[in-house]
Design a protein around this ligand. Structure first.
Ligand SMILES: Cc1cc2nc3c(=O)[nH]c(=O)nc-3n(C[C@H](O)[C@H](O)[C@H](O)COP(=O)(O)OP(=O)(O)OC[C@H]3O[C@@H](n4cnc5c(N)ncnc54)[C@H](O)[C@@H]3O)c2cc1C
Length: 300
């Protein structure tokens, strides 16, 4: 059975960044990726220093290309179906059935966004329908924006978006799940609240034109930001016994350690600030910690 110093599950910014640092530490590294990037629909990855606006797949292509010169780093474009503890580390099973072992395991498996089932949303997702104002707010500054969400999360995103536009409508698609004080606060900040059921998002060529309510009325909007939650991109953290925060992220400590010895989690799977550059930084931090742990084990 092939044995590695480190196996990295997930080949997004977090996993690729960790592979780069570990490969340069002369660690034998395998990186496995199922090829389902969270931001696959995005038309431009914004806010990544020196790469502002790059296509997400182009960032991955450059990273993999640069990793190609390190004979210490191997790739498998394959899902990791299972993982567990073995003597001296971890064992993984790939989807096609291969079993491999490693001393340290890094999960960089990301998250999956919940996207509401609304007619027209699929064609607009990543072009006029977004999640994060830090990623896509600048391009929509001053524009008429809808915020889709309920309760405290919907309210929070609506208030947050006032930094980018003051033409905001909170779309709750049914009961707002907010008390009077919350509604007053939204109104004080000139955010309208519409509780009608939504029938469709209408637009052309990826540009949203209007939100169509089931009542027959429509309002013009240029973009919608969603606040609908997310889940872990993989059940491996749970299966390996990781603790989670109340928000559903893996509860990581300093240098992306987890409560499971030898297991590290970097990127969106374990953090509140979900930006690619932060994921890449966490991958580098985890790599630093993993190399240090391996040195401690090996030095006399
Ligand atoms: C629409 C949209 C737009 C965005 N725009 C921006 C932006 O402009 N700027 C920005 O900084 N951030 C943006 N983000 C956020 C950004 O996508 C994430 O912060 C970033 O992708 C996190 O990197 P990651 O490596 O943690 O996870 P990901 O990039 O999601 O990578 C995780 C990888 O792990 C793989 N994986 C999961 N489970 C397994 C398994 N069992 N076996 C093998 N592989 C597995 C997945 O297939 C995936 O390739 C956007 C997100 C969305 C949804």
């Amino acid at each position: 059975m092939t044995h590695y110093d480190v196996i990295i599950v997930g080949g997004g910014p977090a996993g690729l960044s960790a592979a780069l640092i570990l490969g340069r530490c002369r660690r034998r590294v395998l990186i496995c990726d199922a090829g389902r990037p969270r931001n696959a629909a995005s038309q431009g990855l914004n806010g990544f220093l020196t790469r502002d606006g790059i296509l997400p797949m182009e960032l991955r292509r450059i990273a993999r290309n640069q990793l190609g010169k390190y004979d210490t780093v191997e790739f498998r474009n394959e899902e990791v179906a299972d993982a567990g503890r073995v003597d001296g580390g971890f064992g993984i099973t790939l989807q096609e059935g291969d079993s491999l072992t490693c001393r340290k395991l890094l999960l960089a498996t990301g998250v999956v966004d919940h996207i509401p089932q609304i007619e027209g949303i699929a064609e607009l997702y990543g072009r006029s329908v977004f999640h994060c104002p830090y990623c896509d707010g600048w391009e929509l500054r001053g524009q008429p924006i809808g915020i889709y969400g309920r309760g405290e999360h919907g309210k929070g995103l609506a208030l947050e978006l006032t930094a980018w536009s003051r033409d905001l409508v909170l779309l709750t698609d049914g009961d707002a799940e907010l008390d009077g004080e919350s509604i007053d606060r939204l109104h004080r900040n000139e955010i309208l609240v519409r509780t009608e059921k939504i029938a469709a998002l209408e637009g052309a060529d990826g540009i949203l034109h209007r939100v169509q309510f089931a009542s027959g009325e429509a309002i013009e909007r240029r973009a919608v930001f969603l606040s609908c939650g997310e889940t872990q991109g993989s059940d491996l953290p749970a299966r390996l016994g990781c603790k989670f925060t109340s928000k559903g992220a893996v509860d990581t400590g300093t240098y992306e350690t987890t409560n499971v010895p030898g297991l590290y989690v970097a990127g969106d799977a374990g953090r509140y600030v979900q930006l690619s550059i932060v994921a890449a930084a966490e991958g580098a931090e985890a790599a630093f910690a993993i190399n240090t742990a391996l040195l401690k084990e090996d030095l006399l």
